[in-house]
Design a protein around this ligand. Sequence first.
Ligand SMILES: Cc1cc2nc3c(=O)[nH]c(=O)nc-3n(C[C@H](O)[C@H](O)[C@H](O)COP(=O)(O)OP(=O)(O)OC[C@H]3O[C@@H](n4cnc5c(N)ncnc54)[C@H](O)[C@@H]3O)c2cc1C
Length: 485
Amino acid sequence: MADPELVDVVVIGLGVGGEEVAGRLAEAGLSVVGVERDLVGGECPYWGCVPSKMMIRAANAIAEARRVDGLAGTVEVRPDWAPVARRIREEATDTWDDTVAVRRFTGKGGRFVRGTARLDGPGRVRVGERVFQARHGIVLGTGTRPSVPPVDGLAGTPYWTNRQAIEVEELPESLLVLGGGAIGLELAQVFARFGVRVTVVEALDRVLAVEEPEASEVAAAALRADGVEIRTGVRAERVGHDGRAFTLHAAGGAEFTAGRLLVVTGRRAHLDELGLDTVGVDAGQRYLAVDDRLGVTEGIWAVGDVTGEGAFTHVAMYQAGIVVADVLDHVRRADGGTDPSGTASATGGAAGATGAGGSDRAVPRADYRALPRVTFTDPEVGAVGLTERQARERGVNVQVGLARLPSSARGWIHKAGNEGFVKLVADADRGVLIGATSVGPAGGESLSALVVAVHAAVPLARLRQMIYAYPTFHRAIEDALRELS
Ligand SMILES: Cc1cc2nc3c(=O)[nH]c(=O)nc-3n(C[C@H](O)[C@H](O)[C@H](O)COP(=O)(O)OP(=O)(O)OC[C@H]3O[C@@H](n4cnc5c(N)ncnc54)[C@H](O)[C@@H]3O)c2cc1C
């Protein structure tokens, strides 16, 4: 075996989070090795956010065109998947080639290694025959893969995950979607709008079960209006494939048949075979337990989906900022006070002025109270903070206010496609919002005002004094504030 190569930091997994950390540490002057076994950039640009949102953009254009009837004349819509597939291939993914992304990283001074990395004792990382000894730390950004339920017969069939659904060049006639979460609903609506006969099968009693029940109702109604069959409370028991079609047998005897089966029942962290046991970390965890500066154990940090703090690109980017600041802070201390970039405290910002354990570490602590989440169905479902139920379960003295978009001025003007609402969850004792949901044609955009309110704990009295532009969708926030009781 070769002698270990001495470097400052090794980053394992160059998805959204890992690439950001590795690139910024390299720019700060550290010697950084970034290891990626698949594509630099990870799930988001190649099989996640970016291509799925291109699909949604196209599907929404079709839906808007269909709304012309009754508002502005008539339009004949003939959906064609070819431009969507081409855009994903050529503009989003370079035909699933990461040459540009690798150059982006090496251009910042990082060393790129293609391969599967494994921890090999404290400070050591092995990639095939090569071994790296990290002087200052190791960052784990290994992400997730689809979690496939142990349904009898499923493993032997050519089912799709998000990857095949994103890469598809020719649409099937019919599609079964197993899982009614955000990814399942987004893709179900896209395919339905392009003429695919889509059935969503969800084991729980409602789709988008992590969000407010009112959001589940609006989303389900919207998808049904697009022709999607939604079956909730249906537990898949067995799957068969006869070479042409899938049959899903559910508990209670129901059967569903379609040309393709898309399994989107959650994600699972990439932790197995990472060698966690060699550094004294429990290898059987579902997600990597981290402290509020993303530390896993001495000299090891984690970033992104693998932490289980929210499987979103914006969470990975947010955490990356904290990891970068904390690693640089450690380097500064280890080197006797010299920050390699001169940015450690600047990156930390005022929020971290209190530091850890009474020390003066100017590194911010992660705070997920105002974590926004958006499901990009039409209408969009945006949410931040706690749902009403979560707040009640925590014993908060809850006030709730809800305003429907169709009865707002903008909703009434908008007419076709105006479904949605704003729901606010307030802590009556503190007089602040602790959660909010914004559903509508611009639900994700309207959410931003509510994220500020929850993040900064803006008093309800101040929110009521604000001026909300007329006639915007976000004016429904003012209506919902009036409804708080
Ligand atoms: C269909 C879909 C749509 C989505 N839409 C959105 C959206 O609209 N908005 C949003 O915020 N989020 C969205 N997400 C989630 C988003 O893609 C993830 O939150 C994001 O990619 C997480 O980044 P990450 O760096 O944690 O992990 P990943 O992007 O998963 O990257 C991890 C990387 O680590 C590599 N790796 C793993 N193990 C090893 C190893 N041992 N050695 C070397 N390399 C390794 C993997 O190959 C991978 O490239 C979507 C996801 C999907 C599937």
